[in-house]
Write a protein that binds this ligand. Structure first.
Ligand SMILES: Nc1ncnc2c1ncn2[C@@H]1O[C@H](COP(=O)(O)OP(=O)(O)OP(=O)(O)O)[C@@H](O)[C@H]1O
Ligand SMILES: [Mg+2]
Length: 449
């Protein structure tokens, strides 16, 4: 925890700054110092610190003003007030304003060290809460189930890749486990104690993706009442998972590229360059090489991302995993302690099915079967697997009408799929193999209701 933590000392007493800096560096901290409040604010804007040791009495801009800036702009930064005995009342006021603690000068270094350690623990909690708040944290990755040769090979490669610090591209059809693998890689990496932050590049409009990723400064746009940290900043030291990266717009691609090249970025509306050290894992079910040939995806960005590429095979290519996974989901989703069991015909039927939705589809099939089966045995009919003609609606009668244009066919196909998925856009987009953004555009275009 201590190593790599960054401390800024803001105190106009130059000798104290010098000595304290030396002592802290000896303890393994990364330390900068400034002699005035203004300089402190400028430093904080440029560099992410974990702890600020703050003197209250500084020449131009006081410690209180710095504290106020920190509380509105970087709430995860922990402030420890350095105060003279005479200023204790003010120091207590600072605690009320959000400083973590204070220590009176002359202080014992050991004592200060204890406060710093506690503040770092507290900071960790603040960061974790922030991640929870933005709903980006993932529950600790569940285990990857599989004994097929193909999946074992990918797990093996993922474990090796985890130790390196290279960016990784995960390829695979929908529902094959790309997100699960990304969490697993993070968990096996030296970054595992730091945040794992995920964002789906297809789920939000461009501007929102940009502000989620890079954050913004107060006043950057009408609604920006306070400044906000971006996910790249929150993920500092950890892993940033960019899901459906193939959907990232051509406007945002160069911005991400810039960040990948040197770890630097600017918040929207910000003038300062901020540094953040993240490993990026991208996931896609597209062929990005083809996309780059079609000029939909920048080649230079692709080469930054695919330093290591892992391809997760579809479920129908790993037969030996099907029953294993089915039994795993039976146990995981069972509401009672003793899970139901699959009959031989049910197993047989699962083995013959091709799972276009891969592992996710299998987990839904099992979840449904647990609910709808009577007794403890799940029979073949309880699986309610789609019939052949329903699996590919494009071949169903109303769509295969040669008199229909391509657009009309597309409209019916999308409408059918929306109905099948109870108008759930996420599931529909997944079933159709398109992004939610594309689905949204089509719904508007065809005025589907
Ligand atoms: N090998 C596995 N063992 C256990 N669970 C798995 C496995 N593979 C996938 N799953 C589960 O299946 C579901 C789908 O996996 P995940 O979300 O990782 O797929 P994905 O490739 O990201 O899909 P999409 O492209 O649609 O986003 C999740 O609930 C995941 O936990
Ligand atoms: Mg996914």
């Amino acid at each position: 925890m201590i190593r790599n933590s960054r401390i800024l000392i803001a105190d106009d007493d130059e000798t104290l700054c010098y000595l304290l800096k030396e002592e802290l560096i000896n303890e393994g901290f990364l330390v900068d110092n400034v002699y005035d409040g203004n300089d402190a604010i400028n430093k904080i804007k440029k560099q992410k610190y974990d702890i600020l040791l703050l003197d209250l009495e500084m020449r131009e801009v006081s410690g209180e003003a710095v504290l106020e800036f920190v509380k509105t702009n970087c709430p995860a930064l922990q402030v420890i007030v350095l105060t003279a005995k005479t200023e204790i009342r003010t120091a207590i006021e600072c605690i009320k304003l959000g400083a973590y603690d204070f220590i009176t000068k002359p202080y014992q270094f050991d004592q200060l060290l204890v406060i710093i350690e506690r503040a770092l623990e507290h900071q960790n909690l603040v960061v974790q809460n922030k991640i929870l708040e933005t709903k980006v944290n993932k529950n600790s990755a569940s285990s990857i189930i599989g004994q097929s040769k193909k999946i074992k090979e990918v797990i093996n490669l993922a474990e090796k890749a985890a130790i390196s610090d290279s960016n990784i591209l995960l390829q695979g059809e929908t529902g094959t486990g790309k997100e699960l693998f990304s969490e697993y890689i993070h968990k096996c990496s030296p970054r595992s104690e730091k945040p794992f932050v995920a964002i789906n590049c297809a789920s939000l409009p461009d501007q929102l993706i940009e502000s989620e990723l890079f954050g913004y400064e107060k006043g950057a746009f009408t609604d920006a009442k306070t400044s906000k940290q971006g996910l790249v900043e929150i993920a500092d030291g950890g892993t940033l998972f960019l899901d459906e990266i193939g959907e990232l717009s051509l406007t945002l691609q160069p911005k991400l590229l810039r960040f990948l090249e040197n770890g630097e970025f600017r918040r929207i509306g910000g003038v300062n360059t901020i540094n953040s050290n993240v490993r990026v894992i991208g996931a896609t079910n597209k062929n990005l090489m083809e996309e780059s040939e079609k000029k939909n995806f920048r080649r230079d960005l692709l080469f930054r991302l695919n330093v290591i590429t892992l391809t997760i095979p579809p479920l129908h290519e790993r037969d030996t995993d099907i029953i294993l996974l089915a039994e795993y989901f039976l146990e995981k989703k069972s509401p009672v302690r003793t899970p139901k069991v699959l009959s031989d015909e049910a197993k047989d039927m699962l083995m013959k099915y091709d799972f276009p939705g891969n592992v996710r589809e299998l987990s839904h099939i099992i979840e449904r079967a647990i609910i709808f089966s009577d007794g403890n045995i799940i029979k073949a009919k309880d699986l309610s697997l789609p019939k052949e003609q329903d699996r590919n609606p494009i071949f169903s009668e109303n769509v295969m009408n040669p008199a229909l244009s391509l657009e009309e066919t597309e409209k019916i196909l999308i409408h059918n799929s929306l109905v099948q998925n109870d108008w759930n856009r996420e599931n529909t987009a997944r079933a159709l193999g398109i992004s939610q953004k594309t689905l949204y555009t089509k719904i508007k275009k065809y005025n589907l209701k």
